[in-house]
Ligand binder design. Structure first.
Ligand code: AHM
Ligand code: MG
Length: 346
């Protein structure tokens, strides 16, 4: 249980400081990185909010009122994340869904022990239509025994080694949700004072939900297990499920975290390895989900147990309420047992 915090009156900075006291050897480096992410999020949030207006201006002029060429919002978000973090002397490397290789810390800045990975603007197909989008991030420590600039191998750590993860959802309000492995807490941006304020302490996901979120247009491209699972959810008369799918992972996950339910982006014939990115999307949200009492798998194993082979690796993802995710595993297991029985008969 959280002590010494007051919902509605604790700022993110104050909360991070209070949390730091639980780690007697903490240097404050992680806290500073989190605060800088919150700073980048405020700037991105502001830009996201005026994107509609900027597009109207952009329709008649190729540059904005200041004579600057307008940047795509995802490029803007990527740049803001990098420039908020690269000079702190606390990171040794960054990787972003928007950059092909790893993003080095410029030579002029000192290097630190942390590695950060992020998806600067998730749900980019929703940008132009005024629908919720988000930023996702996760942090590791550089593997011990290595010094200086991070190399690609340093990024390929399994999710169990994370030190922090979080997301920002730019919705009807802007919310930042994060964990450092001591539960999950949510903060709402109060635009009048420009501060993230603790609004959702100790977030936990209901053990079973009544929402399923999946792009059902892909039904015919799924394997029979995924099809059977979704059919079962739809036909569950004991707990009637409703379908909710925004097409922005952060927003779909956030809703299910609050209300309970399951989000799936399974492998399909078009994306045989899944569509979502393991390092920028699945691992950070899986860490948050487990911290909130939920579960996240790729269909067979826990997402947090996967050791990535490449920074842009894709993965199937089934994430949300524990019992809902475990039902997928049960159907897989039953299917395997059935097949085994069948092969013995022949
Ligand atoms: P993005 O990071 O380029 O925005 O792509 C990831 C997005 C997720 O936010 C969302 O869950 C998924 O792609 C939606 O995909 P689809 O349109 O195939 O349903
Ligand atoms: Mg994304």
């Amino acid at each position: 249980m959280l002590k010494n915090v007051r919902t509605g009156s604790s700022t993110l900075a104050g909360f991070i400081l209070a949390e730091q006291r639980h780690f007697p050897t903490a240097t404050g480096d992680l806290s500073l990185i989190l605060e800088q992410i919150a700073f980048a999020a405020k700037i991105i949030s502001w830009e996201v909010n005026k994107a509609g207006i900027a597009n109207i201006v952009g329709a008649t002029h190729s540059s904005n009122v200041h004579g600057e060429t307008q940047q795509k919002l995802d490029v803007f978000a990527n740049t803001k994340m990098i420039t908020a973090l690269d000079h702190l002397g606390l990171l040794c490397g960054m990787a972003s869904e928007e950059a092909e290789g790893i993003i080095p810390i410029p030579d002029k800045y000192p290097k630190g022990k942390y590695i950060i990975v992020f998806d600067p603007l998730d749900g980019s197909s929703n940008i132009d239509v005024n629908v919720n989008i988000g930023t996702i991030f996760a942090m590791f420590k550089k593997p011990s025994g290595t010094v200086g600039e991070a190399v690609p191998q340093d990024f390929l750590q399994c999710g169990r080694s994370l030190v922090a993860a979080g997301y920002i959802v730019y919705g009807s309000s802007t919310m930042l949700v994060y964990t450092t492995g001591r539960g999950v807490n949510g903060f709402t941006l109060d635009p009048s004072v420009g501060e993230f304020i603790l609004s959702h302490p100790d977030m936990t996901i209901p053990e079973t939900g009544h929402i399923y979120s999946v792009n059902e247009a892909n039904f015919s491209k799924w394997d029979s297990i995924t099809q059977a699972y979704v059919e079962e959810l739809k036909n569950n008369t004991e707990t009637p499920y409703i379908a909710r799918y925004i097409g922005s992972l952060v927003a779909d996950f956030h809703r299910n975290l609050l209300k309970g339910g399951v989000f799936l982006y399974p492998a399909d014939t078009k994306n045989p390895k899944g569509k979502l990115r393991l390092m920028y999307e699945a691992i950070p949200l899986a860490y948050i989900c487990e911290q909130a009492g939920g579960r996240a798998i790729d269909g067979k194993r826990d997402i947090l147990d996967i050791i990535p082979d490449a920074i842009h690796q894709r993965t199937p993802l089934i994430i949300g309420s524990k019992r809902d995710v475990e039902r997928y595993l049960q159907i897989t297991e039953d299917n395997r047992a059935e097949k085994k029985k069948g092969s013995k008969k022949t």
